[in-house]
Design a protein around this ligand. Structure first.
Ligand SMILES: N[C@@H](CCC(=O)N[C@@H](CS)C(=O)NCC(=O)O)C(=O)O
Length: 204
């Protein structure tokens, strides 16, 4: 399997971590997004969104990082990280959808101001935009922290792909000046995920 990605992409890191965790070989192929490699016709033919990550497994290709994570996990012995019981699996799906619909879009507004504007020359950071985005960030951090006060892992009592999906959203928390100290259960969980060898191996 080849994973077309970019070293700054938090979406790619979680897929590589799942590959290590599940002992599935995922070979990274780095695209230089600053030079627009993700908009080249040959890449757009595989992903018309012009976005990374993109997985190629022989003639099969797949985009959307959480779908890719589940595909990689499903290739492991016993589908590690993906519960087979319908109710447990639905809880994993619930958190995967929540991460893409709520957690990452709210954090993304801060990331845009604090990181991406400077990286792509899109103007100065706007403190008012950050202030306006914070209530939504706090709202969802509270949800995650509250659930993690009841168990060690996001979706169930065992580690699943949902932990990698949610943890990846916090990769740039220092650059975003995000203070997680009020969220005690969340920070302990983040430490549990980030101390796994799979997570460390997935770093560029
Ligand atoms: N929902 C997508 C988001 C992918 C995404 O936005 N990727 C960013 C890099 S992290 C990208 O390729 N941006 C380039 C663009 O939007 O043109 C996923 O989870 O894979």
């Amino acid at each position: 399997m080849e994973l077309f990605d970019w070293k700054n992409s938090y979406n790619s890191r979680k897929i590589r971590a799942v590959g290590f965790e599940c002992d599935v070989n995922v070979k990274p192929v780095e695209l230089d997004m600053t030079s627009g490699a993700h908009k080249a016709p040959d890449f757009l033919a595989m992903n018309p969104n012009g976005k990374v990550p993109l997985l190629k497994d022989g003639a099969f290709s797949l985009w959307e990082s959480n779908a890719i994570m589940c595909y990689v996990a499903s290739k492991s012995k016993g589908a590690k990280l993906l519960p087979t019981d319908a109710a447990e699996r639905s809880k994993v799906d619930q958190w995967l959808f929540w991460q893409t619909s709520h957690l990452s879009p709210s954090l993304g507004k801060i990331g845009y101001e604090k990181i991406w504007k400077a990286k792509f020359g899109l103007g100065a950071e706007d403190p008012k935009a950050i202030e306006a985005a914070m209530p939504e960030v706090d709202r969802f951090l509270k949800v995650l922290d509250g659930e993690l006060s009841k168990r060690d892992w996001v979706a169930s009592n065992q580690l699943t792909v949902a932990d990698f999906a949610c943890a990846a959203a916090f990769i740039s928390r220092k650059k975003m000046a995000l203070d997680l100290t009020p969220y005690k259960s969340l920070t302990k969980w983040l430490d549990r995920v980030e101390s796994r060898p799979s997570w460390k191996n997935a770093a560029w």
